[in-house]
Ligand binder design. Structure first.
Ligand SMILES: CC(C)(COP(=O)(O)OP(=O)(O)OC[C@H]1O[C@@H](n2cnc3c(N)ncnc32)[C@H](O)[C@@H]1OP(=O)(O)O)[C@@H](O)C(=O)NCCC(=O)NCCS
Length: 188
């Protein structure tokens, strides 16, 4: 279990599959994650089992209520780098700082516990909400890959972002001094 200020991250369990299935097929999540086809429950099981073999898959929880998925994969041990993916599957929970808290908690784990040097991610270039949230976690835009997805009748660019250890340390200091209320004191 990884504790953030507002959320907890716990390993994905089999009982989570139906909820993850609903989240992944939610139209707003589905579009922003750049998935190509709808997912079946069997796809979710296969995807989660692969995530377990390849990395660290977690469910994001707010006061024991699961609200999304986050994880690390694509580890390159020599280079001490991996990729991060995430979504908050319940749009009612968007815009309340849960995503940022989950990403900060997982980066803390990646840099302090796994001793990584860099964490990277890809996102759709029109995902303003995700880009702003990742920037607040210390991620820096590294590259823009042109016309990498054909979505809803138009081409969309992808943005590659990464955060190095020292950048994360600065983002964490900002985060710690921002006076974000903790799980014990907030109203959800
Ligand atoms: C992207 C996503 C993870 C953001 O989750 P969230 O819970 O809304 O994010 P947070 O509340 O932590 O927002 C953090 C910051 O994002 C920015 N933000 C929030 N809403 C925004 C909006 N509508 N437009 C632009 N920026 C926004 C703000 O800067 C906010 O920080 P602040 O509230 O301190 O000012 C969530 O919307 C989601 O899961 N979307 C679908 C899947 C997805 O896009 N995943 C990421 C793919 S790479």
């Amino acid at each position: 279990m990884i504790e953030g200020k507002k959320v907890s991250l716990r390993p994905v369990e089999e009982r989570d599959y139906p909820l993850i299935h609903a989240w992944m097929n939610h139209p707003e999540v589905w579009r922003s994650m750049d998935y190509e086809l709808p997912f079946s429950l069997a796809d979710v099981k296969e995807d989660t089992e692969r995530s377990r073999k390849e990395g660290h898959p977690f469910v994001i929880e707010v006061k024991d209520r699961p609200i999304g998925r986050i994880g690390l994969n694509q580890f390159r041990r020599r280079d001490r780098i991996c990729s991060l993916y995430m979504f908050v599957g319940e749009p009612a929970f968007w815009g309340q700082g849960y995503a940022r808290d989950a990403v900060m908690a997982l980066l803390n784990y990646a840099f302090d516990r796994l001793d990584l040097n860099q964490v990277e991610l890809w996102t759709l270039a029109d995902n303003d909400r995700a880009l702003a949230m990742y920037a607040k976690c210390g991620f820096v835009e590294e590259a823009r890959l042109r016309q990498r997805s054909f979505k809803q009748g138009r081409w969309v660019d992808h943005v590659v972002m990464s955060v190095n250890r020292d950048e994360f340390v600065r983002a964490r200091a900002d985060w710690d001094s921002s006076g974000i209320v903790t799980r014990d004191s907030e109203r959800v």
